[in-house]
Design a protein around this ligand. Sequence first.
Ligand code: URP
Ligand code: ZN
Ligand code: ZN
Length: 459
Amino acid sequence: MSLLIKNGRIITATDDYVADIHVDGETIVAIGTDLAAGDAEVIDATGKYVFPGFIDPHVHIYLPFMGTYAKDNYETASKAALVGGTTTLIEMCCPSRADSPLKAFELWRSKADGLSAVDYSFHMGVTRFDESTEKELREIVSRGIPSFKIFLAYEGAFGINDEELFKTLTLAKELGVIVTAHCENAIAVAQLQSELLAAGKTGPEFHEPSRPETIETCGVQHLMTFAEVTGAHVYVVHTSCDPAVQAIQAARYRGVHAWIETVIPYLVLDKTFAEEPEFEGAKYVMSPPIRDKRNQPILWDAIRNRLISTVATDHAPFDFVAQKSMGVGDFTKIPNGIPSVEDRINLLYTHGVVTGKIDLNTFVDAGSTQAAKLFGLYPRKGAIQIGSDADLVIYDPDYTGNISQTTQQMNVDYSAFEGWEIKGRPSLVTVRGEVQVRDGQFAGTIGRGQFLARKPSHF
Ligand code: URP
Ligand code: ZN
Ligand code: ZN
């Protein structure tokens, strides 16, 4: 199978030029002008952008959580990812505290192997640390997973204590593993939740006050201290607010190896959405919560300055009718999460690039290249270079349309962005040289996606 993509405007994290791309088999074999077609399928990309396939480094697909399960499976999530321009997913493998990490890793893999239309990998959740889990974690790293996930939140579920945190970071440092972390002080959240409920404040609008910016920042500072003393490399997931960004920036200034992820909901939604009446606000409950609008320009600036490395989703789909409703009368029981794997890139383009908040190179850097670099996939992924995987997004900047639950691929009964206009969308998407999206529609093969074994690089 051979493709010749003609006359596209090729945008990477650093470059911007018009050229042809020749794909043979799974990889890019030539980039230049007036390349000859031979027997290749010719794709005319005149007037369109050609981006490296986007990478979402923070998704939940199989997720047992808060008494229920996230709604997507690999078929629905990977189709949704693809039509939205994402060609690689890194999923959080989140065992419960009692589980064997190795068995959990195998379970999570079994949910993806042969069923994904995009390439995929995992961050291994460390939800308990003792001699037996340490042995298994070493084995998991040797099987191609050089990134851990820890939670300084969800006490009694995924959360770990400080001794476990210290030991996890120490192991990560030894193995060259990067530790991704959900940062909120779990004890303080639990206290605030009790106080609010006792005062009769039970609706979704009280989710944000139960997990204020200062509690997220406290979690971040705690992680930064532990990273400083252990020397481990850390990546703060779903950073929602200015003080948390500042805390990480301050730690970087004193030499801590720390990177920042934000997620698309924080850039385009604010806490007033969670205040919508008739329990509609539950659609916007995630943790850390969507924040006061004043944070948005600060987050956008930090992306533009490349202080924030990645824009992910934290895709975690729970139906409004049958699942979010578990929290009617008690916001602490609303399954936390907002679905957005399908919408991330179009929203980042529409609200970031079209409005001039970020340029095209930064868009690619935050949506693809930085994730590839941080998580051991570059330059196989996140690049348009000879030898890179031919994961390519031909993006039509002239398209306009609207987001709607009725047309989405994600298996969930609402969209947090219902009716929103998007400007631009992927018209054609390839995964390792095979066309998976044509004219904006999924046209590929379930099972095309491969597990990506990665190597440690954070020594
Ligand atoms: O609300 C969220 N973020 N749900 C998914 C689980 C997590 O904390 O990442
Ligand atoms: Zn989280
Ligand atoms: Zn998450």
